[in-house]
Ligand binder design. Sequence first.
Ligand code: HEC
Length: 139
Amino acid sequence: MGNRWSFRKLILNKNAMNFKYIISLLAITVLLFNCSSGDDDPSDPDPTPDPNPTAVTYNGHIKSIITNNCTSCHGSTPTNGAPMSLTTYSQVKSAVETRGLITRINSTSNPMPPSPNSPLSNADKNLIQQWKDGGFLEN
Ligand code: HEC
């Protein structure tokens, strides 16, 4: 009898300890979660997180630079005397490989975009160079 009683007590104690342990774990988890999500904006989650955030890719970086600075002339139907379109991955890649795109964006005597358009920022020029050096990643 006595043995049975203390066995029960032991089980009760054990459950009580497990319960405390689980509560502490929950508390720690909640604390950690609150800290780490402090600077996130929950209303603006990134729907397509970049799988490789350090790599320069066409879709992640290059496409928007070209759209903002080049496709007013190098659109899907080129205008203003531009000889080719720069609206797809393969067109931009091929312009780097065969039409001297990087030379032209860095040129002061024969720049792209032509004056009076302002030249690309150094940051954008560097991204295009890094994109080439990295092997023209698309995504
Ligand atoms: C205002 C119109 C205009 C804009 C904007 C423009 N281009 Fe051009 N682009 C031209 C014209 C016209 C030519 C052909 C004459 C020449 O080579 O200068 C040309 C030629 C080029 C060439 C040489 C093609 C060849 O086969 O010789 C490259 C490369 C080029 N552009 C890249 C770009 C890039 C990259 C941008 C954006 C950063 C850009 N262009 C923005 C009008 C434009």
